[in-house]
Structure formats: C-alpha cells, structure tokens
Design a binder for this molecule. Structure first.
Ligand code: URA
Length: 259
C-alpha cells in the first residue's frame, strides 16, 4: 500500500471506530457436518451454528440502527460474502431518499460494477423508459436499489448466502425511505423480497407485502430486452402499479395482501 493509501486506510478505520462500526464485517465459517463440534483442530477453529446465528443477528441489528452515511460506509467496506473479492465498486442504490416508489433489482452488472450506480447499462435505459411511461423519473420520488450490492461474477444470480448477507442493508434502506410501494424487478428480487419460491408468472398481477409495504412484481428489464413479447404484460404491471400508487396516495387503498 502507498503512503497515501495507508493514511486513507487509517482515516477510514478512525471514522468507522467513531461510528462504532469496527471491526469490519467478516463472513464467519458456517458450521458443516465436518466441523460440527466447537473444537480447535490444528489451525482451524470451528464455531457452532448458534454462534453463527448470534453473530448474524448482532450484525443485522447494528445495521438496522444506521443512518444513511453509516450505512453507505458499511456497504463500501463490506466483506460479509465472497462477492467482495471480485467487485470493482459496491452499488449502494440511488435516488430520492424520501421516495414513494422503490424499485428493487437483482444485483449490479458489469457497467454498474464499474460506475457504482444501479441500472446504468442497457437494462437501465429500459428501466428509465418504463419509469417515463408512468410519468416517473430516476431520482424524482423514485429510489432504485438491488438485492445485492456487489456484482455476482459473470452476471449469475446471487445465491442465497449472498442475498442473506446483503439483506440487512436493503432492509435498512427500506426502513429509512419508507416507500409507499415497492416494485420488484424480476424473479430474484421478487423471491427474496417475498421470501418465496413461486414463479414470476404466479406472482405478477397481485398485491403482495414486505415489512408492511405493498409490493408489485414485474419483469426484469434485462429479461424484457430479450423477450419483446412480454412487454405488453409489463405495461399491464406498470398500469397496475400506477393505479395502486394513486389509491395509496389518496388514502383509498386498504390493501388486502396476497402472500
Ligand atoms: N440488473 C439489476 O438487477 N440491477 C442493476 O443494477 C443492473 C442490472
């Protein structure tokens, strides 16, 4: 590391310490049948599943108390899952922190990894058009985030461990924004937000709920770029979302959620 790198690192450590965020989050070795009992075997110290769970709970509750600056800094320094090893940049999320609309995608792609901003590639252009179709604009009453903040290599779907490690960050963003409506873009976003294995086809066209907030599921824009035939169905979803928001804003809607 260079001298300026060392100074930056020391400063960062200082700030994190002041915020009560040290040590940086490090993934624990999950318990497996091979390491079932807590024991010191040579250089490997195994830990029990209960300890892993307690650590995850501590981490989650710390994250759930963070303000925006703390949260952003914590995401930037996160090493809780292996995606940190291949990322160029974390992709925190972007937009109006008081937005009524929260759009949630799956995870950064190559261009998002390079720029640190969600949905800036071809799928992002289509998302901007989808927003414009219902009179919305990125950053104006809209916030955009992802299930995971780091790019899965080769644009694969994030696995359940990665999604689970990142979940407290999105949970805190949702709690801070308090959107009126969440739009889940694609199967990965929908399944993680709704904690279900159901197909996208089964989830579309109904109102769901996450942490007391209505959720509407639609296609991921990258899927729509490949499957033009489903654009009409995406338009139906947008119209459903727009009328749901109108009801929510006017106080007319008393949601009866479908889980
Ligand atoms: N796809 C996503 O799901 N999220 C992004 O940020 C970019 C592409």
């Amino acid at each position: 590391m260079t001298v300026s790198g060392n100074v930056k690192h020391a400063r960062r450590k200082e700030i994190l310490k002041e915020l009560g965020l040290t040590p940086l989050w490090r993934a624990r070795v999950p318990d497996t049948p091979n390491h079932a009992s807590p024991a010191v075997t040579g250089e490997h110290v195994s830990i029990s599943q209960a300890q892993v769970n307690a650590g995850a709970e501590d981490r989650r509750s710390t994250i759930l108390r963070m303000d925006w600056d703390q949260l952003k800094m914590s995401v930037e320094g996160c090493i809780a899952c292996p995606l940190c090893q291949s990322r160029s940049r974390t992709v925190f999320g972007i937009g109006d922190r008081n937005a009524d609309w929260l759009y949630v995608g799956e995870g950064p792609g190559v261009q998002e990894d390079a720029t640190g901003e969600p949905f800036v590639g071809p799928a992002g252009k289509l998302l901007d058009n989808m927003l414009a179709a219902i009179n919305l604009k990125r950053g104006r009453n809209v916030y955009i985030a992802n299930i995971v903040k780091c790019r899965p290599p080769g644009n694969r779907n994030p696995n359940s461990h990665e999604a689970q490690q990142c979940e407290p960050y999105l949970a805190r963003q949702i709690a801070l924004i308090q959107p009126k409506l969440i739009i889940a873009l694609g199967k990965v976003a929908a399944q993680n937000l709704l904690n279900t294995d159901a197909t996208l086809a089964a989830l579309r066209g109904r109102l769901h709920e996450h942490s007391g907030i209505p959720v509407i599921v639609t296609y991921h824009p990258a899927y729509l770029l490949r499957t033009l035939a489903d654009k009409a169905k995406a338009w139906e979803d947008l119209c459903f979302a727009r009328s749901t928001m109108q009801s929510l804003q006017s106080g007319d809607l008393i949601p009866t959620y479908d889980r």
